[in-house]
Design a protein around this ligand. Structure first.
Ligand SMILES: NC(=O)c1ccc[n+]([C@@H]2O[C@H](COP(=O)([O-])OP(=O)(O)OC[C@H]3O[C@@H](n4cnc5c(N)ncnc54)[C@H](OP(=O)(O)O)[C@@H]3O)[C@@H](O)[C@H]2O)c1
Length: 303
């Protein structure tokens, strides 16, 4: 598949400023200023792929506690063991739940409130895609389930955890962080992928609403495209695999490092915006005036 078009932002900071693997500026194992001791992190879809790798990057950041959510309990157990190998003192909580289950998510929030009493980072990463077929050829239930996981899931976690994120920001005089795992697919019309692309457009817009409603209350929010990564989801459909041929070239550690960098400091000038993990973060900082003055990386019509 050819490189995605310019309007997708694939090469926004310039081709020479793209990374395909984690690098020192975003690696907590190599950069002490990225350490985030005392923080409590919650990651959905944390049993494998990008969510698992993100949990491990936060373990390198010496956080106090990591909360892992996904349906497959055995995978969460495996990630817990891996975190403990990185740093045994990190508290790890596992919630085997479906992100679309309102009651389970509300229960998770009550437990986190009770056991940790704070939340510094919410990574809404769990995601799903229906088979890659034209609209009339797919199964309506699978189609709608994909949209539900990708939108209702993040919404339920925001609904349940924004009060705690806000309270943590106020009580600890800090900035807390929401990262919604979106996709470059939000800016592309891949025939056959309408459920997925549409849901990621909506997730970007939801991120803009979190920014509009909560940044002045101490919560910054980002929509992050993780890169093209060879995970179970990316390999789940033959047409998908063919369609993404040549684009799954990023490591699973890259978005994890990008998340750690995002939450390591207040970055409200980027809040509400779409970002991509391959973008070099130092170059992004150099582009700050261009991004802020042009109000770039947000979805709206250009007139
Ligand atoms: N890989 C890429 O190239 C790529 C590119 C752009 C965006 N993304 C986004 O990155 C995110 C992570 O994807 P991935 O590639 O790491 O996929 P993955 O390896 O298949 O992991 C998906 C994770 O989400 C969990 N999950 C799925 N449905 C769930 C549900 N209903 N309730 C709770 N957990 C659920 C899965 O666990 P259970 O099945 O055990 O629940 C798993 O832990 C997704 O939002 C995806 O859209 C990925």
């Amino acid at each position: 598949m050819p490189e995605p078009p310019v309007y997708t932002g694939y090469v926004f900071p310039g081709r020479e400023n793209l990374h395909h693997d984690i690098y020192p500026t975003i690696s907590a194992a190599q950069t002490p200023s990225l350490k985030q001791s005392g923080k409590v992190i919650l990651i959905t879809g944390a049993g494998r792929g990008i969510g698992r790798a993100t949990a491990l990057q936060y373990a390198h950041a010496d956080v106090a506690s990591i909360i892992l959510c996904a349906r497959t309990a055995s995978q969460l157990d495996g990630v817990k063991s891996e975190i403990e190998k990185v740093k045994g003192s990190i508290r790890v909580h596992r919630f085997s739940l479906d992100v679309t289950d309102n009651i389970a998510v509300a229960h998770c929030a009550q437990e986190v409130h009770k056991t940790e009493g704070r939340l510094d980072v919410l990574v809404n990463n769990a995601g799903n895609g229906a088979p890659w077929v034209p609209i009339s050829e797919g199964d309506p239930e699978r189609y709608w389930n994909s949209i539900t996981v990708n939108i209702k899931g993040p919404y339920l976690f925001l609904h349940a955890f924004l009060p705690l994120l806000q309270a943590t920001a106020q009580d600890y005089n800090t900035t807390t962080t929401v990262i919604n795992m979106t996709s470059i697919g939000a800016h592309t019309i891949y025939p056959g992928l309408s459920d997925y692309c549409m849901s990621k457009v909506a997730l970007n817009t939801l991120t803009q609403f979190v920014d509009a409603e909560y940044t002045d209350k101490g919560v910054q929010a980002f929509a992050l495209h993780p890169g093209g990564i060879d995970t179970e989801m990316a390999r789940s459909d033959e047409t998908f695999v063919k369609g993404l041929d040549g684009l799954l070239i990023d490591t699973v550690e890259l978005p994890g490092g990008f998340c750690v960098w995002l939450s390591a400091a207040e970055r409200k000038w980027l809040s509400g915006r779409y970002l991509a993990a391959p973008w070099d973060v130092e170059k992004l900082e150099q582009m700050r005036m261009e991004i802020v003055d042009g109000d770039k990386l947000k979805a709206r019509i250009v007139l």
